[in-house]
Structure formats: C-alpha cells, structure tokens
Design a protein around this ligand. Structure first.
Ligand SMILES: [Zn+2]
Length: 225
C-alpha cells in the first residue's frame, strides 16, 4: 500500500462531541489543526484547553462564520479580532504557548473586494501560514493559496452534505465511495484535508478518518514557525 502524506484540518469546532473526536485522533496518533468559531468556543473553553494540552493547534475560523464578501470591512476585522482574543485567552489558561496564529475563512470566502484589507489585517495581527510542504497542485499555486495569510485546503471531505436537502443523494456510503475513488489521493501532491466538527456528522467522524487511514494516508504535522 502506497503511503500518502496529508495534513488534517478540522473546521467549525468545537461541537458538543469535540472531546470524543479529539480523543479518537489522539488514539490514532493523528495531529490536526482545529479551526474554531468564536461563538462555539463560548461554554466549551475547557474542551479547547484539553485539545491544546494534548498538542493540537487551534486556529481562528471567525466568530459567527459569515461569508466575508457579504459583510463590510469593519465587521470582517471584528470577526477575526474577537476570536483571536478568545483563542489567546484559552492558550493562556492552558499555560501553553500559542505556536502560531492561523486563520481560515468560512467557506474559503476571502472577502471579495475587501480581500486586501483583510489580508493586511491578518498580517498586522501576526497571522501566518504553517509550512505545508509538497502541495503540488497547479491550481493551488496559480490561485496563490500558499501565499495568502489564511489557510486553504486541497481536499474537502464535504461530509456535511450527508442527508441535507440539497444533497439528498449523498449518503455516508457515497462519501466513502468518493474518498475511495478520489483521484486526488492518487496524485503526487500532499493534501490539506478538511473535515468538519459538526454535531450532526459526529457519528461518521471515526469512519471517515478510518477510511482515509485505510487509503494509506499518513497524517503529519506542518512546520509551525
Ligand atoms: Zn467553516
């Protein structure tokens, strides 16, 4: 079985089953960057502290998960800042040094015409990308995905579509088939895999990770500098 390396990222955390997912990843020795929404951190600080103490990296995924092109600059910066402060506080409570400030836009929406101002603000706050090596996709390079200060992905599992009205045909089996047949996993590029921490897909979480492992994926840590 060929081994393909990948970085695991998990968005929209923390859900109510967050700790279970973290424990599963610990059990499988899988490192991950976990992008949290500020509104979800409230009341679940202890769970996030637990993940930090276990070595997971917490990223900023805005406060309310808006589409950044649909809000103004002031609101955009506030979405970033509020969650930045929450994460800072949590690292302090965990007594762990925040390794790197990492941000991911909800829906990968970089803010349309406000993109530059938002990128400048990320820079001002000290946000940077981890070093993801050997992402060889041409589109990733052409679109400057590795150069912007926010973190994108190369392979979205899209398990949030399961059972949703718009995607009625998407069942867990169809998602598993997609993973199993994915051309991406045969390419020579490393992947930044995106999975979600949603309450309604918790029951698929372990199965999805196990399926990726069975495909020969070895999850590694990016360099945080
Ligand atoms: Zn999201």
């Amino acid at each position: 079985m060929s081994q393909k390396r990948a970085y695991l990222t998990m968005d929209d955390a923390p859900s109510k089953d967050f700790r279970k997912k973290v424990d599963f990843l610990i059990n499988k020795k899988i490192p991950a960057i976990i992008f949290c929404e500020g509104r979800h951190i409230k009341g679940r600080e202890e769970e996030v502290i637990y993940a930090i103490k276990k070595g997971f990296v917490i990223g900023n995924h805005s406060y309310n998960h808006p589409s950044f092109s649909e809000i103004n600059v002031k609101e955009s910066l506030s979405e970033i800042k509020k969650t930045d402060e929450l994460i800072e506080e949590i690292y302090q409570k965990a007594k762990v040094k925040r390794p790197l400030k990492i941000f991911r836009f909800p829906y990968g929406n970089k803010g349309g015409k406000n993109k530059k101002q938002i990128q400048d603000y990320l820079k001002l706050l000290g946000y940077r990308q981890p070093i993801f090596k050997n992402i060889n996709y041409l589109w990733y390079k052409i679109l400057g995905r590795g150069k912007d200060l926010d973190v994108f992905w190369t392979f979205n599992i899209k398990e949030y579509q399961i059972g949703k009205e718009k995607y009625k045909e998407n069942t867990i089996q169809n998602i598993l088939n997609l993973i199993n047949k994915s051309k991406k996993l045969k390419s020579n590029s490393r992947e930044i895999i995106l999975i979600h921490d949603h309450d309604d897909t918790t029951k698929y979480f372990n199965l999805l990770i196990e399926t990726l492992l069975k495909k020969g994926i070895k999850f590694i840590k990016p360099k945080l500098t």
